[in-house]
Design a binder for this molecule. Sequence first.
Ligand code: DX5
Ligand code: ZN
Length: 222
Amino acid sequence: MVELLPSILSADFAHLADEVAAAERGGGTVIHVDVMDGHFVPNITLGPPVVKSLRRVTGLPLDCHLMIENADEFIPAFADAGANWVSVHYEACRHLHRSLELIAHHGMEPAVVINPATRVDLLRDILPMVHHVLVMSVNPGFGGQKFIEFSLDKIRRLAELRQELGLAFKIEVDGGVAHDTVARVVQAGADLLVAGNAVFGAGHPEQDARALLTAAREAAGQ
Ligand code: DX5
Ligand code: ZN
């Protein structure tokens, strides 16, 4: 089943608990949390203290997308805060294998993220280690950007590799997932759909999450 992961980047941070609850009522099954350091990406967001607060107000898994340069230093703090899934960027990790092992060692699901300019095939050797691969369909740093079309080829290539290698990792897509793109994203083979602006941007997260998930499941024939 295709799942919707509301990204709180576009939520009202003064009312996070309400925003998350509304997105959950609308069908969101995992909460996507964007962590930015102002170095790897040109923006700053939040860290373990906010994850800890979110942990108290939702039972949904927290998917922490680390857009930071020194991820290894912070992995224990995310585990203590209650993160469930942690993804690190291929482009930001000098020792990606070590970072993925560290995440798993702390009892969380490890994942790798690739920027639009990074080739899927570079991941081949570490695919058996990951819970999911996150394909960025915009350059990371900001919500509400335009979907980059060639991301669809990358999703298809990953689905092909998964089959070829007999693996079961999920394919997650992040950036510009909205009404005009969601059908093609799902048909290319994505399982986990991150959406920030499309869920929280208009101020009706419950309705907008529901409408997006319905469109995704229809496109997937579910
Ligand atoms: C961007 C973040 C995304 C962001 C997506 O760097 O990783 O999770 O929230 O936003 P939308 O869905 O608005 O493109
Ligand atoms: Zn993200």
